[in-house]
Design a protein around this ligand. Structure first.
Ligand code: MRU
Length: 362
């Protein structure tokens, strides 16, 4: 297995975009160039890149590389191309809200620019490219801040001594521009010398935990063990778990949270064992236009992602399959809180608190 200094899911240099093909991990570290929106959409759909923040950044940078080659004849032509491509990109993975949020923010930018007579179509093109490029930097900063807030909160509120964290799916450098969300909190605890051990779930059916999180933890020399999803409750009983920390694909107004399938049952088990359950996500993962988790569209993935592992058939031909990629954890089970770049909030008070902080920082 090749090694490298820092794991980069997204490599962007001199207007060229490369993504680490996560379907090849952990066997191969192979980068693939994305030269247009269609290739970006395909990479997201096929889960060569995945994780809510990473999906949004790759989508926007795919648009940036396409716009780099495009010389618009008019503002109108450019605007309709950008809107069309952004709308298309949001269709690849419907549950993760970050791409939709990023698309709305780019649309707001071009709408603000279009009426200014001094601004040319080429200026708009450049501004969109720059805004997409900035996401790479701002995401890492956001994750570091979120990691710091989460680690502080856990150290203040969880059991004394070194911390054992259980996590699910992959929320690390491979799911973001770097550092990670739930894995960012784990990294911050490790950097502070306060982490004893991580228990990472395999995350069936697509094994993001075994394929990706285990890879990141080994790569970064963070002490960790892999468990199957079905071992989680027993591990909570036996292994002295201090906190469960997961990521999110969409957090709605009442604090209900969509995340990788299996999150809901972890939250139920954590409550039973009196273990604080945290969701860690950037504010861009919050969607307060939806009131409760029931309104979240849950992506369903192809049957063969469940009946095959790495091309090997593991289930009988003809069996029916239900394969939702995400579930919704009710706010009341998120007992530790929701960790954001602005601080840690009670799930039920997230909308109120986040709106107050973001209003103040504008
Ligand atoms: O289907 P995936 O691998 O894209 O699902 C990823 C998750 O559920 C993550 O927990 C979430 O996107 C947060 S990633 C920082």
């Amino acid at each position: 297995m090749e090694t490298c200094q820092t794991l980069e899911a997204i490599h962007y240099k001199e207007n060229k975009l490369f993504i680490l093909d996560q379907l090849q991990l952990p066997k191969k570290l192979e980068y693939e160039e994305i030269t247009c929106v269609e290739e970006g959409w395909q990479a997201i759909k096929q889960m060569k890149v995945r994780g809510a923040p990473c999906i949004a950044i790759v989508g926007c940078l795919a648009l940036a590389v396409e716009l780099n080659k495009h010389h618009p004849t008019s503002k109108h032509e450019l605007m309709s191309l950008i809107v069309r491509q952004l709308d298309y990109l949001t269709t690849a993975r419907p549950t993760a809200v970050n791409m939709k949020g990023a698309a709305e923010s780019l649309k707001t930018l071009i709408n603000q620019l279009q009426d200014n007579q001094d601004i040319t179509a080429d200026d708009i093109r450049q501004r969109v490219i720059s805004k997409a490029e900035l996401m790479l930097i701002s995401d890492v900063k956001c994750n570091q801040s979120l990691g710091h807030h989460g680690a502080q909160h856990i150290l203040q509120h969880c059991q004394q001594g070194k911390i054992c964290v259980m996590t699910h799916c992959n929320t690390g450098s491979l799911a973001t521009a770097g550092y990670g969300t739930a894995l960012g909190v784990i990294r911050a605890l490790h950097e502070a010398g306060k982490l004893d051990h991580v228990l990472c779930t395999e995350t069936r059916p697509y094994n993001q935990g075994a394929r990706l999180t285990a890879f990141e933890l080994v790569h970064d020399k963070i002490p960790a063990s892999l468990i199957t999803d079905s071992m989680a409750a027993f591990a909570m009983y036996k292994k002295g778990v201090s906190a469960v920390i997961v990521g999110a694909d969409r957090v709605v107004a009442n604090g209900d949270t969509a995340n990788k399938i299996g999150t809901y049952q972890l939250a139920i088990s954590a409550k039973h064992h009196g273990i604080p359950f945290y969701v860690a996500c950037p504010s861009t993962t919050c969607d307060f236009s939806l009131l409760t988790g029931d309104a979240i569209v849950i992506e369903e993935r192809p049957h063969n992602e469940l009946t095959y592992i790495n091309g090997v058939q593991i289930a009988a031909d003809g069996i029916g399959v239900w394969n939702p990629a995400f579930d919704v954890t009710p706010a009341e089970l998120i007992t530790g809180g929701i960790i954001t770049e602005f601080g840690v909030f009670k799930a039920s008070e997230l909308q109120h608190n986040l709106t107050a902080v973001t209003d103040r920082s504008e």
